[in-house]
Structures are given as C-alpha cells and as structure tokens.
Design a protein around this ligand. Structure first.
Ligand code: GDP
Ligand code: MG
Length: 459
C-alpha cells in the first residue's frame, strides 16, 4: 500500500446542542429527504454516522447554489453526519490537540434560545477549534409560520406574512445577543459578511424540512474554506477514536470506532487505551450496518468487511476490548513497525488528558477519556486548578489524594465526579476524611455546585 496516496474524505460533521432541540429528528429528516432522491447505494449507514452524498444535496439546494454562485464549485463529496446523544458522544470524538469532527452543527430551539447544554457544547466546539453553524430549529413553531416542505429557508421566508417574518427576526436577534454576550459575533447566514469572525445562523425545521438545503450549503462552504487540510487522508495505517464500548450478543465486548485516517483491515494489530494503560489486540472482525433495504430482520443488521477506509464509523470485534475507555485513540500498527512505538504513542496521548501533579487542586473523575478532557477544559476555563484527572468511579485513592490537598488548601481538597459513581465504602471514607464529593451528570451544574460551595466557605 502506498501510504502517501492522498484523497479528500467527506467532513465528519457532529450535531450537538441541548436535549430535545431536535438533533436526532434533524438528522432523520436529512436522511429521509435524501432517501427520497435515492439512487442505488446513495445514503450509506455507518456505526454512529451516516453519509449524505453531495449530489443528493444538490437536488434540493439547486436554487441556493445558483443564488450564491456555488454551482459546480463544491468539491466535497458529501457529509458524514454524527448524532451525539448526550455530552459523551461529542466529547469522545477527540484526538490529540483537537477533535475528530471537522464541522459542527450547534442546534438551538429557535423558540427557546440558549439553554444550559448550548453553552457546554459551545465551550467544547471553541476549545477544539471546530468551524460551526447554528441551526435555529423548530422554525415551524413560530406563530403563524406557513410551511413549504423542504424549501430553502430563504424561499419560504419570503412567502411569510410580515408579522411572521418579524417574529423570526426577533428570535434570531435574541440568539445573536447571546453570542454577543459571550464576545462572539453572529448573524443570519445570508447576512454574514465574514465567515472568519461571524457565526452563521440558519433557521430550520426538522418537521417540514425547511432550511435543510441552506444548512448543508453553509456547511459545505465552511468545510471547503476552513477544513481542507483536515480532510486529506492517506491510505496508510488506520487512525481512529473509540466512540463507545458495548457488549454484543455472540461477539462479546466490541468497540464502535470512528476512523478518520487510513485503512483498517481484518487481522490488523491495533493499539488503543484502557483504564490500566495501552491495550493491543488483533482485529477479529470488522462490521458495518447493511443498507436498510437489505436488512431482513434485526439480527441481520451487519455486513462483514475485510477492510474499511477513512472516514467511516465501524464496529471492531476483538479480544480485550472490555478494558478500553471511550475517547481512546486507536492506531493500526503497520507490519514493519514496532508495537512499542505505538504503545508509547497511545500512552502519550492518554497522559495529555489524565493529569497527575503535586500541586493543590481538585480531583476530577469522569466516565470516559473524552468527558474527562471536556471536564478539564471546562475547569480550566473557570480558573479551577486540577491536581488529578482520571477515568472511572471515585476510588479510595481519590479520597486520599483530596485529603492531602485539603490539609494545605481546604477549598480545593474535594472530588468532582462527572457522570461516575461513588461506591458506598468510598463515600464513608470521604466522610471520615472530611472530603467533600460533588457529583452530577451535567458538567455545568457540577462545577456550579462546587463554585457555590467554594464561595460560601470563603466568606
Ligand atoms: P434531540 O434530543 O435534540 O435529539 O431532539 P429530538 O430530535 O429527539 O426531538 C425532540 C422533540 O422535538 C421531538 O418530540 C421532536 O418531534 C420535536 N422536534 C424536533 N425538531 C422539531 C421541529 O423542527 N419542529 C417541531 N415542531 N418539533 C420538532
Ligand atoms: Mg437525540
């Protein structure tokens, strides 16, 4: 294999935002809309991703492409769209120094504006430098809105009554104001003059399909302008990240992996990371979902692959995956390379996230490598020092570590537990040591509880 061969892969596009804003329905609608234009094999399903080819997008976006003089100028071949149920999925799309995601769609309910997880998603998008667009969804809920199935937003908007247009503008203005408060500039996408400095807002409806064309055209523009280098892939050894670890009947523990570069083959030696350190294992099977029309029953969901090229979402079946943590890197070890070299690479990547220092700071625990990294980024953005950051349930050692800090600095001698459990004996021990454990499933709330307590203690 010539590993220097370079191609451009479709951008990996994550859909993020507060719960119930319509992320999943938006993706369903995009898929459904384009399935309606189906040519054989057009929409391909991956594990956790689905591929929307550009020629399908062109069918509904034609008037817009003409309007923006983009016709024939789009060279990306489509989008690999990723749904992110909950915070973990997006956090886990991590790689050294950034994200596996090339683009993000931040979905906001146009009738509600910014919500808690909007801020969290935004922090992560910005810390990982991902170009993004806002989908101001549930446009059809604007009072008096007359829907036009699958029409571009701009076309449908022109046909609305003046008072309805006014209400849309007010809702958009409220979103812009929130961005301004955060020191960012934003505008309705067709009014954006500088995509370097302004966040484009596209009103959409996952129910009527309005605005989907606009959304995809803006995404294409952003990726061509800002992600070109990231989209280059080689056909060398595969590189990916573990999205999820799950048990499958008959297969044992499997890893759902997003492959962002290179090729992975059945029989390849791979290295990834577990709770106790690097894990190396041989790929027994690689599977991907079958096209919907080939599925006979739910047991018959998968195709068995000999090789998979980036970008793709693929399930890996191998021994020893039960130890692996989501958010961990996955590298294929080329035949001529030394395993040690790759083990070292994985260790380095992981030690960037896991923190262990002597300084005074909180003990941070999270459920995956991705959520841990998101947590550390967030804590730092709030000016909270971290002594130790690790994956897994709160342990007695964490309590002891916090108690050491507590002797010198009582306010930082605490454990922050994000999405992990505190076993009963650990809880008892923490009480004996006087170590406070904060626990929450929502990062923003967790940190808020801690800072609230911190302020109370200080006065
Ligand atoms: P998620 O949690 O962000 O994935 O949100 P879902 O896609 O599950 O949608 C949450 C709820 O909002 C569901 O009841 C959807 O039917 C509804 N919904 C989503 N998008 C729209 C929209 O554009 N318009 C309207 N009216 N309802 C929507
Ligand atoms: Mg959802």
């Amino acid at each position: 294999v010539d590993s220097s061969f370079v191609d451009y892969r479709p951008p990996i596009t994550v859909v993020v935002g507060h719960v119930d804003v319509g992320k999943t329905l938006l993706l369903d609608k995009i898929r459904g809309t384009f399935v309606a234009y189906r040519e054989p094999g057009m929409i391909t399903q991956h594990i956790g991703l689905s591929f929307i080819p550009w020629n399908a997008v062109e069918r509904i976006a034609d008037p817009l492409l003409t309007k923006f003089r983009l016709k024939g100028k789009v060279w990306i071949k489509g989008f690999l769209m990723v749904d992110t149920p909950g915070h973990a999925a997006f956090s886990n799309l991590r790689r050294r120094g950034g994200s596996v995601a090339d683009l993000a769609v931040l979905v906001i309910d146009i009738t509600r504006g910014f919500e808690e997880q909007t801020y969290e998603s935004l922090t992560l998008i910005r810390s990982r430098n991902i170009p993004f667009v806002v989908a101001a969804n549930k446009l059809d809920r604007i009072y008096g809105w007359e829907p036009h199935e699958n029409a571009p937003f701009l076309d449908s908007y022109e046909k609305q009554r003046e008072d309805v247009q006014g209400r849309v503008e007010e809702a958009i203005a409220r979103i812009i104001e929130e961005f301004n408060k955060l020191g960012m500039d934003a505008d309705r996408y067709d009014r954006v003059r500088d995509f370097n400095t302004q966040v484009p807002i596209v009103p959409t409806s996952a129910v009527t399909g309005e605005g989907l064309a606009d959304l995809l055209v803006v995404l294409a523009g952003l990726s061509q302008r800002f992600s070109r280098d990231k989209l280059r892939v080689t056909y060398g050894p595969g590189k990916g990240v573990v999205m999820e670890i799950r048990e499958e009947k008959g297969w044992g523990v499997t890893a759902d992996v997003v492959l962002y570069d290179g090729v992975i083959r059945k029989g390849d030696l791979i290295v990834t990371a577990g709770l106790e350190g690097p894990v190396s294992t041989k790929v027994k099977m690689l599977v991907m979902p079958k096209p919907l029309d080939e599925m006979r029953d739910p047991e018959d969901r998968y195709m068995f692959m000999d090789e998979v090229k980036a970008a793709a979402g693929v399930k890996i079946i191998a021994d020893g995956l039960d130890q692996v943590v989501p958010g961990a890197p996955v590298f294929v070890v080329p035949q001529e390379a030394s395993l040690d070299e790759y083990v070292k690479l994985v260790r380095e990547e992981v030690s960037e996230v896991k923190i262990e220092t002597d300084r005074d700071g909180v003990v941070a625990k999270a459920d995956t490598l991705g959520t841990l990294e998101a947590m550390v980024i967030y804590l730092r953005s709030q000016g909270i020092p971290v002594r130790k950051a690790d994956v897994g349930n709160v342990s007695r050692r964490d309590v002891v570590d916090a108690s050491i800090v507590r002797r010198k600095n009582p306010l930082y001698g605490v454990v922050l537990a994000f999405n992990v459990n505190v076993p009963h004996d650990v809880e008892v021990e923490a009480m004996q040591y006087g170590v406070k454990i904060f626990r929450n499933e929502i990062l923003y709330r967790l940190v808020e509880e801690f800072t609230q307590w911190y302020k109370e203690q200080k006065t």
